[in-house]
Write a protein that binds this ligand. Sequence first.
Ligand code: IMP
Length: 407
Amino acid sequence: MKIVVVGLQWGDEGKGKVVSHFSRKFDWIVRYSGGSNAGHTVHMDGKKYVNHLLPCVDPRGKSKGYLGPGMVLNLERLVNEIESLERIFPGISKRFYLDLNATLVLSWHIVEDELIENMRMNPIGTTKNGIGPAYKDKVSRDGIKLYHLFDESSLSSKLEELYHLKTRFFGENLEKPESLKRRLLEDLEKLGTMGVKFTTTMDMRKEFEGSKILFEGSQGVLLDVNFGTYPYVTSSSCTSWGIFEGFQFLKIDETIGVFKAYVTRVGNGPFPTEMEDQLEDTIRRKGMEYGATTGRPRRIGWLDLPALRYSIISSNVSELVLTKADVLNGLDRLKICTQYEVEGELKEIPTTPEDFEKAKPVYREIDGWKDLKDGKFEEFVRMVETELRIKINYVSYGPGSDEIFER
Ligand code: IMP
C-alpha cells in the first residue's frame, strides 16, 4: 500500500495531524519536497510539537521517516528539530533516514531570501527560510548536495566557487566558506552520532517496493511551483506529482486530499474568497490561524470549491479528509463559493493562475450548524461531496491525532 497525502488549499489544512493519525499503519513516512518552510503541528498524548523538516512518524508506533531527494535541508535546523523530538521521545532519532541527493540550504540562501524579498516591488511573503534561493541554486547547478559533505576537498572547492558567485551579487558580508564548511561538518557529525542514516532511493528501492509507505505532502497544491497561484507560490512540488523526484519506481494506490471547511493563506497573492469583516478575526482566533513557522496571522476566506476542484485534478485525488469544520460551529449562516466569475464568464474550475487573480466569487449561502452531530453539518458535507463529485471519508474535529472519525 502506497498513499500520498496532500493539502488542497494554500497549506495549513491539517496534514500533519492527518498523517500522524494514519502513520501507525505504515512502515515509512516520506517527505518528498520543501524544507523548513513547512510547519506540521502534531498533538499527541497531551504533547504538542511542530515538525518543520521531519516527516510526522507516530512516536508510539514503529514507522520510520525518510527525507527525500527533492527536499532542501537546513542541517542546523534539522539537528535542533531532532534534538527537541528526542527529548520528548527518546530513541526516535534512529528512525530517520536522509537522502544523500537532497540539496542543502546554506546561511547564504537565508540572507539572499531576505534581500530579494525586500527588493521585490511585489513581495511574495516568503517564510525567509532560504527555500527559493536553495532551489534556484539546485536548478542552476550550483547547489550543494548532502553527498558533497562526504568529500571534504571537493566540498571546499564547491563552497569557494558558490561564495565567489554570491558575493558578486550580495556583497562581502556573507559567512566565510571556511566557517560554513566547519558548521556543516559539525552538524553532519551530530546527525551521525544521533543515529540518523544516510542513503539514497536507489539503495532503498527493494525496501520501499516491499513496504507500506505514506508520502507526506508539504504546503498545499495552490502553493505548488507549477500548478499553484504563480508567482505567489513556494519553489517546490506540493502536488502528488512531486514524488516522482526520486520515487518514480513506485506505484501509488491512492491520493488523499486534505482540506479545511474554510480557507487560509499566509503570505501574499490572490485569495478570491477572503473575508473582510470581523468574522475573519473571530475565525482566526478560534481556529488558532497563525503561521506554524513564522507566527504570522493567516488570511481567512470562505470555502472555495472552484479552487478545490482545481487541486483535486492537479493531484489526482481519490478521497478527501475534511478538517476544522468544528471551528465554524455556532455560525448562523455561512457562504460557500461554488463558481468564479472571470471577466464576465462563469467558471467551475480556474484554468490559469490569472483566473485566481481576476476571480469574483459566486456564493451560495447555507445554514450553519451547532456542532458536528447537527443534521445541518451532514447536509453541508453532502453538498460539498456532490459539488466535488468525490467522497469525504474522514472528518477531523480537533487538534489531537485521534480526533478524527470515518464516515
Ligand atoms: P517560501 O516557501 O518560504 O519561499 O514562501 C513562499 C510562499 O509559500 C509564502 O506565501 C509562504 O507563506 C508560503 N508557505 C511556505 N510554506 C508554507 C506552509 O507550510 N504553510 C503555508 N504557507 C507556506
